[in-house]
Design a protein. Structure first.
Length: 212
């Protein structure tokens, strides 16, 4: 397995990673896949044995079941062998504050993810999508709180446009608060829009790139 440094961090990440959107198969995610605990445990063991060291999930995947399965599958026995990435922003309930990147929602969802994953820290915490309502200053300050509390180690963004990435980086730099070390982008042989802005930004700003 090959490993690459993630952005400006010192973190080494395998060039292949494990995505877990199929874990659980609850609600709308049933159309994506229905990987149960036994199958997920086997997949995780195979990946770790092959040298893959990053498992990617999100609080919204099957309403948290994906994270629960990862927590059960790792069971404390192989957690030192892998990095865990999770995300928050999407609607996860019916309440008015059950979505977005407010301090309230972000900190609450991080703490819930930690419990489901049965861990004390999430290695990479992604903002799953842009929030056009919450001020970025509030979101980045909330990430700073989580880093300071030792609940997350690195931060990143997912599904951001070029100007959104740059605006967030500018606020982080001016306030001396945690800066994105990576972005997660949609990039395939057919979907190559990232080549116009997101990949050049990654090179210019020293961001890692994880692809879905």
């Amino acid at each position: 397995m090959e490993y690459r440094t993630l952005g400006r961090s010192g973190l080494k990440v395998s060039t292949l990673t494990l995505g877990t959107m199929t874990f659980g198969g609850a609600g709308a995610f049933a159309a994506v896949g229905k990987t149960d605990l036994n199958e997920a445990s086997r997949m995780i063991d195979l990946c770790i044995d092959a040298g893959i060291n990053l498992i990617d999930t999100a609080n919204v995947y099957s309403n948290g079941i994906s994270e629960e399965i990862i927590g059960e599958a790792l069971g404390g026995k192989r957690k030192d062998d892998v990095l865990i990435a999770s995300k928050a922003r999407m609607r996860i309930g019916k309440g008015p504050n059950d979505e977005g990147l407010s301090r309230h929602h972000l900190i609450r969802e991080c703490e819930k993810s930690l419990k489901r994953l049965k861990t004390d820290v999430i290695d990479i915490y992604f903002l799953h999508e842009w929030d056009g309502v919450t001020p970025l200053e509030e979101t980045i300050a909330a990430l700073d709180t989580l880093v300071s509390q030792g609940k997350i180690r690195y931060v990143g963004c997912s599904n951001y446009s070029g100007w959104q990435v740059m605006k967030a980086l500018a606020i982080s730099d001016s306030s001396h608060q945690p800066r994105f070390v990576t972005q997660q982008i949609h990039y395939t042989l057919e979907a190559r829009e990232a080549e116009y802005e997101l990949l050049p930004i990654a090179v210019d700003q020293g961001l890692g790139v994880l692809v879905w």
